[in-house]
Ligand binder design. Structure first.
Ligand SMILES: O=P(O)(O)OC[C@H]1O[C@H](OP(=O)(O)OP(=O)(O)O)[C@H](O)[C@@H]1O
Ligand SMILES: NC(=O)CC[C@H](N)C(=O)O
Ligand code: SF4
Ligand SMILES: [Mg+2]
Length: 486
């Protein structure tokens, strides 16, 4: 299906479908090989498609494909074509535009100033409106992705240098973007003024690296230097590394869900170990919603660190009551409803010998549509559990994300449809509790300022930090609380 509408992506997503990962390196022999390794470490952020674009000083080379990094970028004939000492890459979960080759990133445009490749993590909340305007002025789009709007805005900008054109383009977009851009003049890394999506900078010998998460630096043995700041543009070329801050400064609002679920636990996000934060969330959850049980059992994979924290705080032993098959990927990548449900059964199995006759507290990071919880609770009961309590390491997910995470529409979010008590009945748990939004902030070491939240937590609170122009147009009204980003 052809669509540029993030609210109508044609896939019946029943999960938070992650959110893309970017990786770039400037100044290394066989730059594309490093990018392939970096993307491999970021595979959890996007499993639909992957792409790499390199520049050899004269020409750009690009390979984009559906599917995983391994299988596409482990073939010598592919890697040989991606020559050059600088390259950027992307792993994708679509948020705007269908899952098809033409939307696979990096996107590329041959502009009057030369080649322009872009890799984007995030989602623009006024892309459809901008696209209509650009279309009317004669721009011909090659893809249906929101990201392409940036290329056309740069191409049609009246300003001089690529950097000035890019800045002018970014002033017109709304929403979330962590971008890596490759031009003949060098590489640019930038983050939207609110810093909604992450982007870090590292070093390996003389080369400079940018990546969505620190795990991608670890994989190639690079050293973390710092985060790219919200609203910052970092330019790397023969002249060195230069930083620009062209936007009016606003309070940052980084995505809180990165700490709950998206980032890998071995990443360090905003200077904090993701693993430690998840354990803290579990500990807060044990304080807020204690329960008597024989075992704390995580729902693998993402429930594991929070379950360790819950166990340490409560003193209830941590046990692997559910075993996860390593040969089944994330459940949401299954294409049809029937297969998707089957996928959940294939992925998890009860450790019946342990569970039989016991009171269990299950820990998961989130409930989206409830598919996983329904199956897992039933699995515990079938295995002979005497009581099954469920504790969730995030507040109820009641709102959609418009910033690069493909959440189901609100109507399919279980917590948007029913109370916590009704959800407990629905998943057939003896009790169900979610961490409070304040507890989640405490786990991150801050108190939530309810007048001016320090993070984006919109999927829990509905407090969106930017205008949502496309949604407002679709619904014919300006929704929720809207705070201009600049
Ligand atoms: O309520 P639902 O619609 O079922 O979605 C929520 C579940 O989906 C995710 O797990 P997933 O199995 O996708 O990945 P994981 O292996 O990283 O936990 C998440 O960790 C929850 O377990
Ligand atoms: N999840 C993302 O960050 C997606 C990036 C971009 N909006 C796309 O759909 O390709
Ligand atoms: S809406 Fe939720 S998932 Fe999306 S950026 Fe905000 S906190 Fe993150
Ligand atoms: Mg899970």
């Amino acid at each position: 299906m052809l669509t540029t509408n993030p609210f109508d992506h044609g896939l019946d997503g029943d999960k938070l479908r992650e959110e893309c990962g970017v990786f770039g390196i400037w100044g290394a022999d066989n730059a594309a090989s490093f990018v392939a390794l970096g993307l491999h470490a970021l595979q959890h952020r996007g499993q639909e498609a992957a792409g790499i674009t390199s520049f050899d000083g004269h020409n750009f080379h690009s390979h984009r494909a559906m599917g995983h990094v391994a299988g596409n970028f482990d073939r010598e004939e592919v890697m040989r074509l991606l020559s050059g000492r600088t390259a950027i890459g992307h792993v994708r979960y679509s948020t705007t535009g269908e899952t098809a080759l033409r939307n696979v990133q990096p996107l590329f445009g041959d502009l009057a100033q030369g080649g322009f490749a872009v890799a984007h993590n995030g989602n623009l909340s006024n892309a459809m409106k901008l696209r209509r305007t650009l279309n009317r002025r004669g721009s011909i789009f090659q893809s249906t992705s929101d990201t392409e709007v940036i290329i056309h805005l740069v191409a049609t900008s009246g300003h001089g240098s690529t950097l000035e054109r890019l800045t002018e383009a970014l002033r017109q977009v709304e929403g979330a973007y962590s971008l890596l851009i490759l031009t003949e003049e060098g590489m640019v890394a930038c983050r939207d003024p609110l810093g909604i999506r992450p982007l870090v900078m590292g070093k390996l010998g003389e080369s400079t690296i940018f990546a969505s998460e620190t795990v991608a630096l670890d994989v190639i043995g690079a050293t973390y230097i710092r985060d790219v700041d919200p609203g910052e543009l970092v330019v790397v070329n023969e002249g060195g590394i230069r930083s620009f801050r062209p936007f009016a400064k606003v309070e940052a609002r980084p995505c809180i869900f990165e700490h709950v679920y998206f980032s890998r636990p071995d990443s360090v996000a905003e200077g904090k170990s993701v693993y430690e934060v998840r354990k803290n969330i579990g500990a807060e959850l044990a304080i807020e919603s204690p329960v008597e049980a024989d075992y704390v059992v995580p729902v693998p994979d993402s429930g594991v660190p929070a379950a360790i924290g819950f166990s340490q705080q409560s003193g209830i032993p941590f046990e692997l009551g559910i075993i996860r098959s390593h040969y089944v990927g994330r459940t949401f990548i299954q294409p049809t409803d029937g297969i998707r449900h089957l996928g959940v059964k294939l992925k998890h199995n009860a450790n019946s010998a342990l569970i039989d006759g016991k009171k269990i507290v299950l820990i998961d990071d989130s409930i989206v549509r409830g598919t996983t919880s329904v199956k897992i609770v039933q699995m515990m009961r079938d295995a002979g559990a005497r009581e099954v309590h469920m504790r969730i390491a995030s507040p109820p997910t009641r709102h959609s994300c418009f910033y690069g995470v493909d959440t189901p529409e609100r109507a399919k979010l279980l917590a948007a449809q029913m109370s916590v008590e009704a959800m407990a009945d629905y998943i057939n748990a003896d009790s169900l509790a979610f961490i409070s939004i304040d507890g989640l902030y405490r786990a991150l070491g801050t108190e939530r300022d309810h007048d001016k939240p320090q993070r984006c937590d919109a999927c829990f609170t509905g407090d969106y930090p930017t205008l949502l122009t496309d949604l407002a147009e679709k619904e014919g009204a300006i929704p929720l609380s809207l705070v201009a980003s600049r």
